[in-house]
Design a protein around this ligand. Structure first.
Ligand code: COA
Length: 535
């Protein structure tokens, strides 16, 4: 493959200014992340430690193989909600390697409101299980939770993807032959009791872990029986009397060691084979992405410059380089893994959509994973394009993306607007993982466009009544919409609601995508079947 020749002068004023602006945004992100990771009340942390318990992230560190990375997902879930009283939504999820196997880890953070679940906690737990299911990853549940955060029950209990979905998912994962191990390291109450009860093997920590369908207060209220938590459902009860748990651990470290030992006994499953190349750093330094990351979405950025700083040796086999240039397509390697890349380089036209659908067909027939790099304002609008059938051509692109059975990964490096978000494997198209850069923006359209549309609608309403819009009202409406779109379009707003799997450092993108591909190989890629492409 040929190396991309960068046209960027890293000494130029433009590059240096962009970098300065990006680093401002990036520093803010790093500060928010740091604050969130230490966001639990000090007294709760102290009390937790005094009980001889490790913190959730310490538990994970000990569980995964030494000197291997942990890809933490959605660290800023629930950010900006509940007065920031649920840092990381009170649960840590991510992908780590245990005894050489990629695994999905879900760990309650008991220092955050007793590890209880609000809407985002549930979304994070369910999303983690979905990743495990799609990639056939063994699951580890490190349970330490008071169950549902009761004041929010109406938002977390009864709906399809609410609390009950955990146990449904556990049953489905089990039927797929995906191992699940529970470590009960604290409270495990009510519905939460099903987490260990539905796992393949369960470890419980002495004098810390409890499992019960109804805790002592509920038992007393319901039957009048007075019983201590330990006597109702402590570690001894479950390992000697009920059989709900299988291993009695002395403490957190012991429980984690038992879990690692269990991993040694798991069946080694066949993986998807890919044609691997030797790993090579990009020729162009990934940190140069700071000077290129789109800060002003009105200015075009050549996506080849982004690709050059992500792929091995900066080498790229560009497909249809001269045709439909607003979408860059081609093959490359990331940390030795082959990948097909689609990157936006402008607005989407009919021919762009055809090029994309063709390229996706190539990748699915060759079983090459796909990476979508989004910086998209949407599909082209106007009479000429509607007459040219942009809707049916765009539909071919959407159709190809939706049915592609190779693992898809999406990174939003600039803007993500309109149906461009969908065609480029947005959240609704089930990419295995989706990340945003801190500068990224996401909404149905830009604030300017939205205010233009809404003002026009208002003006037409008034015109029907023979009235005109007051210029001050128009300006007020415009300012309000701009402000709303600015706030709702930010990466923080998205990540807080789990529209993505996290905000990442652009320079880490290649390592994170490589980890994603490694994880995806645990489930052999099925053949892709397409339906009707409207011609
Ligand atoms: N809903 C709402 N808030 C809860 C809660 C719940 N289910 N469980 C605990 N909390 C809150 C507490 O009010 C406290 O909040 P604060 O820090 O603002 O004061 C915080 O979580 C920590 O709880 P606390 O009891 O002080 O901590 P602990 O470590 O001693 O005990 C539990 C933690 C989870 C064992 C205990 O709080 C408990 O048994 N909770 C009820 C569990 C239950 O019955 N759940 C059923 C829901 S399906």
């Amino acid at each position: 493959m040929f190396r991309i020749e960068s046209k960027i002068n890293t000494q130029s004023k433009e590059f240096q200014n962009n970098k300065k602006e990006f680093l401002k945004v990036f520093d803010e992100f790093k500060n928010i992340l740091k604050e969130t990771r230490h966001g639990a009340p000090e007294k709760s942390v102290e009390r937790h430690k005094k009980r001889g318990k490790l913190l959730a992230r310490e538990r994970i560190d000990l569980l995964i193989d030494a000197n291997t990375p942990f890809l933490e997902l959605s660290s800023l879930a629930a950010y900006g909600e509940y007065d920031n009283q649920f840092p990381s939504a009170g649960i840590i999820t991510g992908i780590g390697v245990i005894h050489g196997r990629e695994a999905l880890i879900i760990a309650n953070d008991a220092t955050v409101k007793g590890g209880t679940y609000v809407k985002e906690t549930i979304k994070k737990h369910v999303r983690a299980q979905q990743i495990a299911m799609e990639n056939h990853l063994p699951c580890v549940y490190m349970v330490d939770s008071g169950g549902i955060f009761l004041p929010e029950q109406s938002k977390v209990f009864a709906d399809r993807f609410n609390f009950g979905r955990f146990f449904y998912n556990q049953a489905r994962l089990s039927a797929l032959g995906i191992p699940q191990i529970a470590l009960v390291m604290g409270s495990c109450t009510a519905g939460g009791a099903y987490v260990p009860a539905m796992s393949d093997e369960t470890i419980i920590v002495k004098e810390q872990g409890t499992i019960f369908i109804g805790g002592p207060p509920l038992v007393k209220a319901a039957t009048g029986e007075v019983v201590s938590p330990e006597d109702l459902g402590g570690a001894r009860v479950h390992t000697t009397i009920s059989g709900v748990a299988d291993y009695l651990a002395e403490n957190d470290r012991h429980a984690i060691q038992i879990c690692r030992n269990i991993f040694e006994t798991l069946e080694k499953k066949e993986k998807q084979q890919l044609e691997l190349s030797p790993v090579e750093d990009p020729y162009y330094d990934p940190q140069e992405l700071y000077g290129i990351a789109p800060m002003d979405l009105r200015k075009p950025v050549d996506a080849r410059e982004i690709i050059a700083r992500m792929v091995d040796g900066s080498r790229f086999q560009e497909f249809k380089a001269l045709y439909a240039p607003t979408l860059i397509t081609g093959f490359a390697n990331i940390m030795g893994y082959p990948i097909g890349i689609l990157a936006n380089n402008g607005v989407l036209f009919s021919e762009t959509s055809l090029k994309a659908a063709h390229f996706i067909e190539l990748c699915t027939s060759r079983k090459v994973p796909l990476l979508f790099l989004q910086n998209i304002t949407g599909f082209i609008v106007g009479k000429q394009y509607e007459h040219g059938g942009i809707a049916k051509d765009g539909a071919k692109f959407v159709h190809a993306v939706a049915n592609a059975e190779v693992p898809k990964f999406t990174v939003i490096f600039g803007g993500s607007f309109g149906a461009g978000n969908y065609a480029m494997a947005g959240r609704a198209y089930d990419p295995r993982l989706l990340f945003m850069w801190p500068n990224a923006k996401i909404s149905v359209m830009g604030g300017e466009q939205a205010s233009g549309v809404l003002i026009q609608v208002k003006e037409e309403q008034l015109a029907k009544r023979g009235q005109e819009m007051d210029p001050d009202d128009r300006e007020k409406l415009r300012a309000e919409i701009l402000q709303k779109y600015d706030m709702e379009g930010s990466a923080y707003f998205s990540t807080s609601r789990l529209w993505d799997d996290g905000i990442i450092d652009p320079a880490d993108t290649r390592k994170i995508i490589a980890m994603g591909i490694a994880m995806s190989l645990n489930k052999p890629f099925p053949d892709t079947k397409y339906g009707i492409f409207r011609m």
